[in-house]
Design a protein around this ligand. Sequence first.
Ligand code: PLP
Length: 450
Amino acid sequence: PTAELQALDAAHHMHPFTAGAELAKKGARVITQGKGVWLTDSEGNRIVDGMAGLWCVNVGYGRHELGEVAKRQMDELCYYNTFFQTTHVPAIALATKIAELAPGDLNHVFYAGSGSEANDTNIRLVRRYWDVKGQPERHIIISRKNGYHGSTMGGGSLGGMTPMHQQGGLPIPGIVHINQPYWWGEGGDMTEDEFGLARAKELEDKILELGPEKVAAFIGEPIQGAGGVIVPPATYWPEIQRICQKYGILLIADEVITGFGRTGNWFGSQTFGIRPHIMTIAKGLSSGYAPIGGSIVCDEIAETVGGAGDFNHGYTYSGHPVASAVALENLRIIEEEGIIDHVRNVAHPYLAERWKALEDHPMVGEAKLVGLMGSIALTPDKARRAKFASEAGTVGLRTRERCFANNLVMRHVGDRMIIAPPLVIKPEEIDVLIERARKSLDESYAGLKA
Ligand code: PLP
């Protein structure tokens, strides 16, 4: 029975990013099954998953092929490591496939178990790179406020989430943050293009303030996901790219969300014309069917670090055979079923038109969408792009709760509502998503006026 499960859950299971006391009071929703974009809970409700789990179930729930591959691999070779000059077929095959898909000379994969671990790898990798290059003072990494790069000490430090920094003594030394390119919320009187340039210029200012000889790398998500699906102005990334190149700073694109089709290309870097030295990957790499992540590394860094003796870093599960085999099968499905073309076709214009139309709602300020990654800003005053003062954050929370009550998973970040459904979503399912979102917005708005 649901109540019994909830009581045991509250008693014994510590949830990420969740207040334990709240959980004990309300009980967590128990999800029991998934198929395509649909979830079922322990009460038999059918829920549209507008978030693909945590932005990861790209091929949708319930793909039996992935389970079959996992079973075959477990029977064949359940585990072996990739330390100390050993390897195995799934790790080789997956790295080869990733290198084929990744743009430019991103030809080398360092495996991790998650996006956070991969970003921890990146910190050590870029610092090691500069050490080998004879520039050991070059260790600072510049990141952005409100970026998200994971929950480990390294990932949480790279991230610029104030609530995370407030707990556990983050960030660790050697990581500094500049402002995010969030025009709607912070752009003032500037045009989007002007603002994009101004925010990119902050990188140059920070590099000059620190001294270019001290800066190892800049890291950013092509589109900030957990920060609220902040789509940068068109001027932003080209200018960031130019500045990194000018000062010889390594560029890390965190593609944990934007990778593997989410933005209508294999990688978000392709959508925005970014040419990174390293990409962080996880989530959609296996569509969440197995925990796996990694860093895709360019020739120069891989050869420099690899040519200089042991890189003293790695995880027991780096290149785990079962996770690697599942990821490879997942990439086969994305490729052979034309899922990235599907994203392009279904996102534009079908979802884009319906998403944009939400701007006619009295509480919706802007509606942004790139591929199948979207956000709306909730506002008490569209013309002024105002934020809720007295109810800051609670309007988004209430809207999310209304969505959940209406059997739609939509996430809130403060007063921004976000979606990232499985990439296989069909037009008729988009209709259900939009209808439930609209109903939830109406109910939340009614609560606002009361
Ligand atoms: N980087 C980005 C951009 C993410 O969105 C996330 C997770 O949401 C991570 C890193 C961390 O990945 P994981 O939760 O697999 O550690």
